[in-house]
Design a protein around this ligand. Structure first.
Ligand code: AMP
Ligand code: MG
Length: 406
């Protein structure tokens, strides 16, 4: 049996980051930036007001107070989007709105609340300090400054910044397109009547969502029956839109385990056992003219889920150019004693509680049983508690590794 590490290393060794693509800002949402981005100009691009009020010279308002307001002539009215054309001379000021450019000579903004809001003269009852309520050119970002590092994830804030500096397009790694295909003649789709011996296809939904959570564009292909011809035809049809194919079911030693039977014959997909529980039967290889990577995961929903987390998710992240492809792993105190099979790394559905105020170690507790069909408990887990292959017993209070799922 192969170790989890060996299997994963073999997979990642055959997965390349996808070729970069230049995309419009919003199309790049959620992707990873390929090159660092520097700003070509200053932000803000000009000195401007951060308040609605009056742009003044400090010497003119030095004596302003509630009892002795200063009265100034208002020589201009500057709205956001205007050009400030009139300079402020002694004894004068300009009405100014938030975001409007500062007129020449202005040294501070008096918020409208400190005045009688007058036009064409204004009474000022409080004095601002020099520079108050002025947003200086370049105080946010200066021209030439690196604003985003290569490898950054393009989220909403990054898109806002790129728009602010005037970038329309950026180079990112595209999101991998993943086809998720479930196999099994016993499967039916939610919303359809269920016949004797049938169960609903949960894997294709679950893994499509998981692939999207991993940043991929995922296409769900509902259940394919355990029929070699239908299976191979379906995979061939789907290859056109796939950077990766993920199948579930049909990889054990059963009489109708058609995925293994059909794909073994191609010689490009390797099937074997990985020393883990759940998820022991695994297949990985390439298929079709473009040598598209294909993962064949076991059919039990929890096995499929864990296999996806451990092998497929890192591959999808690598295709996107991520520096870190693993889920975060933390140490935690195990709340209950556990037994674990010898020679297999166990992944237990678990609930992780972070330490109070972030100090010290959190605690972790398995949720539900170990059966790989137990989806109910999977949906209650926020982590996978991992027990190393050579450990068969974990004492209550022992220190264990926990893979955080969210
Ligand atoms: P298999 O790997 O095909 O032998 O399937 C193992 C177990 O997982 C069987 O009990 C299947 O009925 C179940 N199973 C397979 N595929 C799915 C699926 N897409 N959704 C839910 N259960 C499944
Ligand atoms: Mg099956």
């Amino acid at each position: 049996m192969k170790s989890v590490e060996d299997h994963l290393t073999g997979i990642l060794g055959r997965i390349e980051p996808l070729a970069p693509l230049e995309l419009q800002l919003l199309d790049a949402h959620g992707s990873l930036l390929v090159d660092e981005v520097a700003s070509t100009g200053d932000l803000p691009p000009f000195d401007n007001s951060s308040m609605d009020g009056y742009a003044v010279r400090i010497s003119d308002v030095a004596d302003a107070g509630e009892r002795y307001p200063v009265v100034l002539d208002v020589v201009d009215d500057i709205a956001a989007g205007d050009a400030a054309e009139t300079a402020i001379g002694s004894g004068t000021c300009a009405r100014i709105m938030t975001g409007a450019p500062l007129p020449a000579g202005a040294e501070a903004i008096v918020p409208v609340e400190w005045t009688d809001a007058g036009m064409p003269t204004v009474r000022i009852t409080r004095r601002p300090s020099a520079g108050q309520y002025i947003r200086r050119r370049g105080s946010d970002v200066t021209a030439g400054q690196t604003v985003l590092e290569a490898g950054s994830t393009i989220g909403s804030a990054q898109i806002g910044l790129l728009a602010a500096i005037g970038r329309e397009r950026i180079r990112v790694r595209p999101k991998p397109r993943v086809v998720i295909l479930s196999t099994g003649s016993e499967l039916t789709q939610p919303g359809r009547p269920i016949g004797p011996g049938q169960i609903r296809d949960s894997n294709s939904y679950m893994l499509t969502a998981a692939a999207r959570e991993a940043g991929a564009i995922a296409y769900r292909v509902g259940n394919v029956p355990d029929d070699p011809k239908v299976l191979i035809d379906t995979i061939e049809d789907q290859l056109i839109r796939a950077d990766v194919v993920v199948t579930t079911g049909g990889v054990s030693a059963g009489a109708y385990d058609v995925v293994k039977a059909v794909l073994s014959e191609l010689g490009t997909v390797e099937f074997g056992k990985v020393a883990m529980q759940p998820g022991m039967p695994q297949g990985f290889g390439v298929i079709g003219p473009d040598e598209t990577p294909i993962f064949t995961l076991p059919g039990n929903p929890v096995s499929a889920f864990v296999s996806f987390e451990v092998f497929v998710r890192p591959a999808l992240l690598r295709m996107q150019g991520a520096a870190v492809t693993e889920r975060p792993v933390v140490r935690a105190t195990c709340a209950t004693a556990l037994k674990s099979p010898d020679g297999k790394r166990q992944y237990l559905r678990a609930w992780y509680t972070a330490p109070a105020e972030g100090v010290g170690e959190g605690t972790v507790e398995p949720v539900g049983g170990t059966g790989s069909h137990l989806l109910g408990s999977l949906a209650k887990a926020n982590a996978l508690l991992t027990v190393p292959a050579d450990v068969t017993e974990v004492a209550e209070g022992a220190d264990v590794a926990v893979m955080l799922l969210s």
